[in-house]
Design a protein around this ligand. Structure first.
Ligand SMILES: CC(C)(COP(=O)(O)OP(=O)(O)OC[C@H]1O[C@@H](n2cnc3c(N)ncnc32)[C@H](O)[C@@H]1OP(=O)(O)O)[C@@H](O)C(=O)NCCC(=O)NCCS
Length: 167
C-alpha cells in the first residue's frame, strides 16, 4: 500500500550520480514492462536495459542532458531524464527542454514526488538553459501519465500518427 501524504518520507532531489544508475534502471524497466502490457511495442529488446543504462550513464556528463533523482535516504525512488535540443534551422523557435523519461517507484506514488521532479527539471535545468518550452511524449493509453501531465499544465499540441505495416 502506498504511504499517505502525512507519512511522506523525507525526500531529497539531486542530480543523479553513477551509484544511482542501477536503481534508476530498475525503476525504468518496471515502467517499460508495465507499458508493454498495453502496447507490445514497448517489449524490451535483449540489449534494451543495457543500452538505457549506457545512455543515462553518459547523460550524467553531458551539459545538454540531465538526470534528477528523488531519494528517500540512500534509496532512489524516482528519476527524471531529460535534455535540451535546438529547434530546426527553419523556424524562429529556439530551445526545447524535453522530458524523455520520468518514473516514480510504485510504492511512492501520489505523494507529489513526480511533481517535484518535474518542477526541479523546469527550474534547475530548462529555465537555466533558457528553454522556451517543455515537451514530452506520453502514450494515450497511459491514463495516469496523461492525468499527471495535465495536472501540471501540459496540453496536447501535436498528434503522433502511424500506420503499422504487416508482412
Ligand atoms: C506518472 C508518475 C511519474 C506520477 O508520479 P507521482 O509521484 O505519483 O505523481 P504526483 O504524486 O506528483 O501526482 C501529481 C498529480 O498528478 C495526477 N496523478 C498522478 N497519478 C495519477 C493517477 N494514477 N491517476 C490520476 N491522476 C494522477 C493527480 O492529479 C496528482 O495529484 P493528487 O495526488 O493531489 O491528486 C507515476 O505515476 C509513474 O511513475 N508512472 C509510471 C511511469 C510513467 O507513466 N511515466 C510518465 C509517462 S512516460
Amino acid at each position: 500500500m502506498n504511504p499517505v501524504k502525512e507519512d511522506m518520507p523525507e525526500i531529497q532531489l539531486t542530480k543523479a550520480e553513477k551509484e544511482d544508475i542501477k536503481e534508476i534502471v530498475k525503476i525504468w524497466v518496471e515502467t517499460i514492462d508495465w507499458h508493454a502490457k498495453f502496447d507490445e511495442d514497448f517489449t524490451l529488446d535483449k540489449d534494451g536495459k543495457t543500452n538505457f543504462s549506457f545512455m543515462v550513464s553518459k547523460a550524467l556528463y553531458e551539459p545538454t542532458q540531465v538526470v534528477f533523482v528523488a531519494k528517500s535516504g540512500n534509496k532512489v525512488i524516482g528519476f527524471l531524464y531529460g535534455f535540451t535540443k535546438k529547434h530546426s534551422g527553419f523556424f524562429k523557435k529556439r530551445v526545447i527542454a524535453h522530458i524523455s523519461d520520468i518514473a516514480v517507484d510504485d510504492d511512492f506514488r501520489r505523494l507529489g514526488i513526480g511533481s517535484k521532479l518535474m518542477e526541479k527539471f523546469e527550474k534547475d535545468f530548462a529555465r537555466e538553459n533558457q528553454a522556451d518550452e517543455l515537451t514530452l511524449y506520453v502514450h494515450l493509453l497511459n491514463e495516469s501519465g496523461v492525468k499527471f501531465y495535465e495536472k501540471l499544465g501540459y496540453s496536447v499540441k501535436l498528434l503522433s500518427m502511424r500506420k503499422k505495416l504487416e508482412y
